[in-house]
Design a binder for this molecule. Structure first.
Ligand code: BES
Ligand code: MN
Ligand code: MN
Length: 457
């Protein structure tokens, strides 16, 4: 009988074929036209969990996209329980014309698999399903109890998962959580993420005249909603990146000298990083370092705006409507609901009576800061090092995984963010990819981690 590690090695091609199948499903959670595909992805995950040997597998309905649960609880009551989290939903693939091969036709080039969701998060969550299978098909048992919770709303804020967690605390009870939905530093350089930013999102609709007007006949006498929106946007932030909404920074926990020192030692190669972005220079609050600005400072960004005539050629029109989507990244101890309220008050206070403004802001998540010196973190560092032959560094990440704060606050779980992505994976961008050697190494690391965690204290 092979060992779990040998089983994973021997079945590597099958695992990859299965992943390709998973990546073909366009489970874009934010697009209603993809709801049937998103549901299909949930059932795909459920079948994969069952065939790996997980039990009590269930596709649990929510108000929007289902949650997939499964467990294996035969390691005994003395053994710890780990809660594995991932998400089967993906970001929209648009703009489609910038993809070299279509986003839902997975293609392998030079050791990378290209597809929307390849690294975020289908390829990474599948690592743990295959680690479990490798144990159950060889040893016939796992070294500890596992529960899987794979959701379909991470990319839209995890609202229904939050509700599910607060109503199912016993079912989800565990000793620690494990998430692979982040990146390591570079090929062969593992990284444990101990900080994530929170987020909130607002949609702003500005309306003026009841219809689009001739810009000559009416221009000068009627305010233009796009101009009014542009004025608001210009007042949200100064040219150096300081956010001007009154009260926005009130709850920001200052960076301690110790943490600034830790972040200063973080090995970010600024020129490599800049080259990968394609931007001419770096930018942002001058009194903070790049690493601090990317992970430990809050942000405000317009993620989309539209209105007026955007077809070919010119049209002399004074548009009736203007829209903007705005994303804010939060740090400890900012509260997303409070930030949305501050935004609302500020926007209403600066908008002139010549236009109407409507603001929709919902949900959001708090930032997470995870203790670094815990038994699960030490086990994770050891599992990484055994696989990559390189010590793991700790890093704060600028992105958000909304559930992480809930794992800590609602379930009291120490969480390990053990990513297998690479900085150049282009998640959320065209030509998203996943480095195949990290798929293999991820399974190996997961197998080792489950073993080490079962003995950790
Ligand atoms: N996996 C990402 C978060 C992430 C990105 C972690 C890079 C580590 C490195 C996650 O899927 C994500 O994109 N989250 C969204 C959440 C938002 C829509 C609420 C994000 O950060 O934009
Ligand atoms: Mn993700
Ligand atoms: Mn994502």
């Amino acid at each position: 009988m092979p060992t779990p590690l040998e089983y994973a090695h021997n079945n590597r091609d099958t695992f990859l074929t299965e992943l390709i199948d998973f990546l073909r499903i366009p489970s874009v959670s934010t697009q209603a036209a993809r709801d049937a595909d998103t549901l299909e992805a949930a059932h795909w995950v459920a079948r994969a969990m069952t065939s790996a040997g997980l039990e009590h597998v269930e596709v649990i309905e929510t108000k929007r996209h289902p949650i997939v649960y499964g467990d294996w609880l035969h390691a005994g009551s003395h053994a710890p329980t780990v809660l594995v989290y991932g998400h089967y939903d993906v970001q929209p693939a648009e703009p489609l014309d910038l993809w070299e091969t279509p986003p839902f036709e997975p293609t392998i080039r030079d050791n990378y698999i290209y597809a929307r969701g390849a690294a975020d998060d289908k390829g990474q969550l599948y690592v743990h399903v295959k680690a479990v299978e490798s144990y159950l098909r060889t040893d016939g048992r796992l070294p500890l109890n596992v529960k899987f919770i794979i959701e379909g709303e991470e990319e839209i804020g995890s609202q229904n998962l939050h509700e599910f967690i607060s109503h199912n605390q016993t079912r989800l009870a565990a000793d620690s959580a494990l998430i692979s939905d982040s990146s390591i530093l570079g090929i062969g350089k593992p990284a444990l993420v101990y900080g994530l930013r929170g987020n909130c999102h607002v949609m702003v609709d500005v309306t003026g005249p009841g219809r689009d007007l001739h810009s000559g006949s009416y221009g000068g006498g009627i305010n233009n909603p796009i101009n009014a929106l542009a004025h608001l946007i210009a007042r949200l932030k100064d040219e150096q990146g300081h956010i001007l909404i009154p009260g926005f920074y009130d709850r920001v926990r200052p960076l301690s000298a110790e943490e600034r020192e830790l972040l200063a030692r973080f090995p970010l190669d600024e020129s490599d990083w800049l080259r990968e972005t394609g931007a001419p220079t770096a930018w942002g609050e001058p009194e903070y370092t790049l690493v601090e600005r990317l992970s430990a400072r809050p942000t405000l960004d317009i993620t989309g705006m539209y209105g007026g005539y955007i077809g070919q050629g010119a049209k002399t029109v004074l548009p009736a409507r203007a829209h903007a989507k705005i994303s804010m990244r939060l740090v400890p101890d900012q509260d997303p609901n409070e930030i949305i309220e501050l935004f609302r008050q500020f926007a209403h206070s600066v908008m002139p009576p010549s236009v109407k403004i409507d603001i929709h802001g919902a949900g959001g998540s708090r930032a997470a800061l995870i203790e670094r010196d815990t038994p699960p973190m030490r086990a994770a560092a050891a599992a990484y090092e055994a696989t990559f032959h390189h010590p793991a560094v700790f890093m704060r990440e600028g992105g958000s995984i909304p559930v992480v704060n809930r794992f800590e606050s609602d379930l009291g779980l120490p969480t390990v963010l053990m990513g297998f992505g690479l900085p150049g994976d282009r998640i959320h961008s065209p030509n998203e990819r996943f480095y195949l050697p990290n798929f293999d190494a991820g399974i190996v690391t997961s197998i080792r981690y489950l073993g080490l965690l079962s003995q950790a204290e």
